[in-house]
Design a protein. Structure first.
Length: 99
């Protein structure tokens, strides 16, 4: 519903159908891959070093997370599995913000 409203608004502003109804869907897969491969490691290292409420609550297995983080690097990223690591970062940052 929100996307439809946004598209109607863009159309009313005079933007073409190339913008409001693109043929190709947007994908942030490359952005997520870059973030996980090149920028996420320090966040995970802090979690391992300082601990995480996610570990304490049993929501994330630190050993399994370590295995996943150690495997990731340029050329070894697997979107179907590794993109989920971004959710771990989001949850950890949210927990830190509220605890």
């Amino acid at each position: 519903m929100l996307k439809q409203l946004q598209r109607r608004r863009l159309t009313s502003l005079g933007l073409s159908s190339d913008v409001t109804q693109p043929v190709e869907r947007e994908s942030f897969a490359e952005v997520v891959e870059h973030a996980i491969v090149y920028h996420a490691r320090p966040v995970f290292e802090r979690m391992f070093r300082e601990g995480s409420a996610l570990f304490d609550a049993g929501l994330v297995d630190p050993d399994a997370l370590r295995t996943a983080v150690d495997r990731i690097g340029p050329g070894s990223y697997r979107e179907d599995e590794d993109a989920k690591l971004l959710q771990v970062i989001h949850l950890d940052l949210a927990a830190r913000a509220f605890l």
